[in-house]
Design a protein around this ligand. Sequence first.
Ligand SMILES: [Zn+2]
Ligand SMILES: [Zn+2]
Length: 131
Amino acid sequence: MNELHCPGCGEVLDTAGRTDRCPACDGAWVNEDALVGMLQERTSTLVFLPWHPRPKDNERVCASCGKPMQTVNLGSVALDRCPEHGVWFDANELAALLAQAKHFKPDHKHEDEPEPEHSGLLHSLSKLFGG
Ligand SMILES: [Zn+2]
Ligand SMILES: [Zn+2]
């Protein structure tokens, strides 16, 4: 019903799995939740998306609502983002981002969380109960 239009060239986007592809310029429109899901499948862990604003170049409008999008970087990939509707990837940018998926694992490696002291006790208990 609600046709999405390519922010790059204005073509109507084709739904392709969890993305909407532009048949003309091969860009991809991805809902942010779907994007997180794709990255999490790659990394088998939770990911977070560290959006970094970048200077505006050519401003594009959201495929869904037509409002000007934010210009952001994710990893080394420069993207356009509507916080409500999704993210626009030019041709190959989606592949480039997925290749960097491991960079979006949460960074806190529990460095200042020492091994919980009761783990030894739990271990003994589980031995006791035949675990
Ligand atoms: Zn296009
Ligand atoms: Zn929008």
